[in-house]
Write a protein that binds this ligand. Sequence first.
Ligand SMILES: Cc1cc2nc3c(=O)[nH]c(=O)nc-3n(C[C@H](O)[C@H](O)[C@H](O)COP(=O)(O)O)c2cc1C
Ligand code: SF4
Ligand code: SF4
Length: 429
Amino acid sequence: MIRAGATQIDLRVEVAGVRFKNPVLPAASELVFDKASAQRIAEAGVGGMVTKTFTTSPEFRIRLRPYQFPLARFDTAYRKSGSFYSLASPHVEEMDVVMEKNVPEIAHVCKKNRIPLIVSFYEKPNEISVWKRVAKGFERAGADMLELNFSSPSMRGELERSLTSSFKIVASVAKSVNIPFGVKISPMMEPLIDAVKGWTEREISFITAHNAPSGIYVDVEAEVPFGAPVIGGYLIGRPFLPVSLARVVQILKSVDLPVFGVGGIFGWGDALQYLLCGCSLVQVGTAAYAEGVGVFKKINQGIVSWMERKRYRSLSDFRGNVLQKIIPSAELKKKEMAPFSLPPGTPYAPVINRKKCTLCQTCCRSCFYQVFHLERREKIISVEKDRCWSCGFCVGICPEEAIHLMDKKTGKYIWKGRGLAQPFMVSQT
Ligand SMILES: Cc1cc2nc3c(=O)[nH]c(=O)nc-3n(C[C@H](O)[C@H](O)[C@H](O)COP(=O)(O)O)c2cc1C
Ligand code: SF4
Ligand code: SF4
């Protein structure tokens, strides 16, 4: 419990009987692979621990160097989003060392800090007995949960060719351990819903969604791929959030299972997006690399302040509030009764709040239909309403939030650039 002003705010989460101190965990990565790294992350205020992916197979443990390539120097947008291209692969130490030293020591750190430990691992898809043995080994070594990493590029390809092998892995791990376990997936995993339903039937306790998508970046001056000449790596950063979240929503709409949301979380608002869509927990990777491990506390503090403002006392007070408001796009189209009308017969037009307008002319440059013009003498932006297509772009792009869309018939605002646009509110009833 956290005291925020006069109220007590409870950030604790329970998933499959495992209790997390708060909903913000590190994403599987080099953030946690041994005692020292675990100690640092525990002190950073995480709600639970997730390890780097471990594996038995020596050929998976080959790590090419260098393997992390930040895109910051190519554009400030990449710097702000913390994007980078990574060739990270599973942890490089032998499984014996991991099982006998690293994981027991990490488990000890977790016990001392009263947070649960999730151990991530993967093995070759056809070596079911190895999956079982390793899962049992990690259970003995002190794991509270296991995250079967089905999201590495080598693994994903095999799983998509045959979902059956992933079902076999899940079924056999379920028989061999007594602790809850889940699977971590790639955002390119298909067929998503068949896979998710199949794993759920075979008794996984959670899905971690997602690992980062594959990527490549071209250094145009050098005329070569930036860093490494392969597509097999990961391209990570904040713009990944809406992509990951969309698939998280698909999962949450198709199965009743805890989902741990991952991808592009840099701030408390990002974390809340996943929680409001129904995720039980979130995991943070890149932001800790780009901004330091202080992000874990910052995200939790931000969540607490938001809950205080909204008068929520526990995460269950608001978890999933947004999920039911998201509908299939086909349903939305059915609700559009009017044919698409062209200017001047369009339903809405922009109105500028002149007190807020700084004459920056972003709208003049951005409106594809040339609705806005700078009137130099009057020092105003004029609006040619009869050219407007009612698309809404100017509302979102105006840096001063000075543009609202108005219904031409009723004179009421239908889109102020926040929340749902009014025409779509009918779909919420
Ligand atoms: C350096 C680095 C190493 C990673 N290693 C692993 C890994 O071993 N296992 C895994 O499942 N995901 C791994 N990931 C993926 C992250 O766990 C996470 O799913 C992904 O980066 C998206 O989250 P983010 O946007 O918060 O970084 C790694 C990510 C980074 C940045
Ligand atoms: S974008 Fe907004 S602030 Fe800039 S000129 Fe247009 S209305 Fe004014
Ligand atoms: S709604 Fe679209 S078409 Fe109309 S003024 Fe704004 S950007 Fe231009």
